[in-house]
Design a protein around this ligand. Structure first.
Ligand SMILES: CC(=O)N[C@H]1[C@@H](OP(=O)(O)OP(=O)(O)OC[C@H]2O[C@@H](n3ccc(=O)[nH]c3=O)[C@H](O)[C@@H]2O)O[C@H](CO)[C@@H](O)[C@@H]1O[C@H](C)C(=O)N[C@@H](C)C(=O)N[C@H](CCC(=O)N[C@@H](CCC[C@@H](N)C(=O)O)C(=O)O)C(=O)O
Ligand SMILES: Nc1ncnc2c1ncn2[C@@H]1O[C@H](COP(=O)(O)OP(=O)(O)OP(=O)(O)O)[C@@H](O)[C@H]1O
Ligand SMILES: C[C@@H](N)C(=O)N[C@H](C)C(=O)O
Length: 433
């Protein structure tokens, strides 16, 4: 059926959305009455699934190829289904008169988002990004999941190139923002750490131009330098800040003692690593600012347990395994190794997978990690795959995580702390499979 491509009739689409309030881009996850958006990806053309989505019980489908506009009464044909999804999200955002806190940064976005959401939920009806649905599809899907009774929303924004955070801000219209930190990740797309700073700074640019509020870790001079002309600034950190805490991290799990006038008190977290200190403090600052009762903040943060191989602690026989295999980049690797070095434990072993998406800096960054490792004594170090193969080091090298796992089983370590970390695609969690 030949049809002219249409621009989005946003009011009609919004009226359909208001009847169902559930949007899906994947037939494999479809629920009855979802509105299906046919996206194009590397492997499939979502348009091919639109009719099937309706058969499966979708209420409506948005397609962007005329050949698939086969059931006009239940379909809308638009020029670009992804753009339609983003426009619908913006329209919905404009109907929500609530604070929206955007969180970006190199490391700790998901953990900070979860902690902030946990702390805010102790006083408000909240909605937060699920998992790390933080990109050009995930951000609009997150906004469209905010129901009318939500009082505050927390939205994670990821990026691997310039102008990406700016584009998400134009959809989410955040009123508040956090850049967790700036480090080395996705250098392939950002070019350099300076490029990462510029890209993450797009959140501050938006808040600066829109009378927004920034929560910032005052310990990071490079973030403080970026705050010029931000209308409202709330600081947290280990000294000289609106919310001051002390990190107590001599066991695997971080504890934080609040100082100054805060009544939040002492927080025993279930998070490994002193590097989670600013993530916890961000949650304290946000919840306190929004006036969540102070006696409810510490229990809410303490109850949060990480998942999905993000710094999870696993007891196996009498060994303690820190499974941090969700992702890796030079900054988070450095933080994890330095934290591991500081843990008081008799025996320590590291299995580290290669880091991805580092472009021209990749070999240099892998070499820098080896130099860092060499500053400490370890009982064993296994480096796995990728650019670890291209550098000189005194450690064991394995081609992949499966081989590293076989090696680990043969060792029969006792009373040992074992750190497992690597980029997503190295799948270092397979070491324990
Ligand atoms: C487009 C899409 O949603 N793809 C998802 C799909 O992938 P698959 O390979 O199977 O299919 P296609 O992409 O080719 O599919 C085209 C469409 O067809 C649909 N479809 C396919 C088969 C079928 O039987 N029925 C169908 O309806 C399909 O759903 C598509 O709409 O499935 C995968 C498995 O579930 C998904 O992983 C894949 O999702 C992609 C990756 C995606 O972008 N999902 C977002 C919702 C999201 O937010 N994902 C996050 C990861 C975000 C991330 O990596 N963030 C980075 C920084 C951001 C960088 C940004 N520039 C970028 O490039 O993304 C970070 O470091 O944090 C997540 O899933 O966790
Ligand atoms: N504040 C921090 N500083 C350095 N590294 C951190 C920090 N917080 C978390 N990490 C490291 O990053 C890993 C992933 O944490 P998290 O998922 O919260 O980050 P993220 O920025 O959301 O990553 P992604 O965007 O890939 O989901 C942790 O397991 C830990 O190794
Ligand atoms: C998983 C993705 N968000 C990410 O962090 N990528 C880095 C390069 C990784 O694979 O660890």
């Amino acid at each position: 059926m030949q049809q002219t491509l249409l621009t989005v009739n946003i009011e009609q689409l919004y009226s359909i959305y208001q009847q169902h309030r559930s949007v899906q881009t994947d037939t494999r996850k479809l629920k009855t009455n979802d509105i299906f958006f046919a996206l194009k990806g590397d492997n499939f053309n979502g348009n091919e699934f639109a009719a099937k989505a309706l058969e499966m019980g979708a209420a409506f489908a948005v397609v962007d190829e005329a050949a698939y506009y086969t059931i006009p009464e239940k379909m809308m044909l638009v020029a670009d289904a992804l753009e339609a999804l983003q426009q619908l999200a913006l329209w919905h955002r404009q109907q929500l008169h609530i604070p929206i806190l955007a969180i970006t940064g190199t490391n700790g976005k998901t953990t900070t988002k979860e902690l902030v959401n946990a702390a805010l939920s102790a006083g408000f009806k909240t909605y937060a990004t699920v998992g790390n649905l933080n990109n050009h599809i995930g951000v609009p899907l997150t906004i469209l999941s905010i129901l009318p009774d939500v009082e505050i929303a927390v939205i994670e924004m990821g990026a691997n190139h310039q102008q990406e955070i700016a584009s998400y801000c134009r959809i989410a219209l955040p009123t508040h923002g956090i850049i967790t930190n700036i480090g080395k990740a996705h250098l392939e797309g950002f070019g350099s750490e300076e490029g990462v700073k510029k890209a993450k700074g797009e959140l501050y640019d938006f808040l600066r131009a829109n009378n927004g509020t920034v929560f910032v870790c005052n310990d990071y001079g490079y973030l403080v330098e970026m705050l010029k002309s931000i209308p409202h600034i709330i600081t947290y950190g280990s000294k000289k800040a609106d919310y001051i805490g002390e990190s107590i991290a001599d066991t695997a799990f971080l504890a934080v003692a609040l100082r100054g006038s805060s009544q939040v008190g002492f927080i025993q977290t279930q998070l490994v690593g002193a590097y989670n200190f600013p993530n916890v403090m961000a949650a304290v600052a946000v919840a306190s600012h929004f006036k969540v009762p102070e006696n409810k903040i510490a229990p809410a943060i303490a109850a949060y347990t990480p998942s999905n191989n993000r710094s999870q602690v696993i007891q196996q026989d009498n060994n303690t395994i820190i499974m941090d295999a969700y992702n890796a980049n030079p900054s988070s690797m450095r933080a994890a190794i330095e934290n591991f070095a500081g843990i008081l434990a008799p025996n320590k072993v590291l299995l580290l997978g290669a880091m991805m998406e580092l472009g021209a800096d990749s070999v240099k960054e892998h070499q820098a990690l080896v130099n860092l490792l060499e500053r400490n004594h370890w009982d064993a170090v296994v480096l796995v795959g990728g650019d670890f193969k291209k550098i000189n080091h005194p450690y064991i090298f394995m081609e992949d995580a499966t081989a590293a796992g076989k090696w680990l089983k043969q060792q029969q370590f006792q009373n040992t702390y074992i750190l497992i970390k690597g980029s997503r695609s190295t799948g270092m969690e397979r070491v324990l499979a």
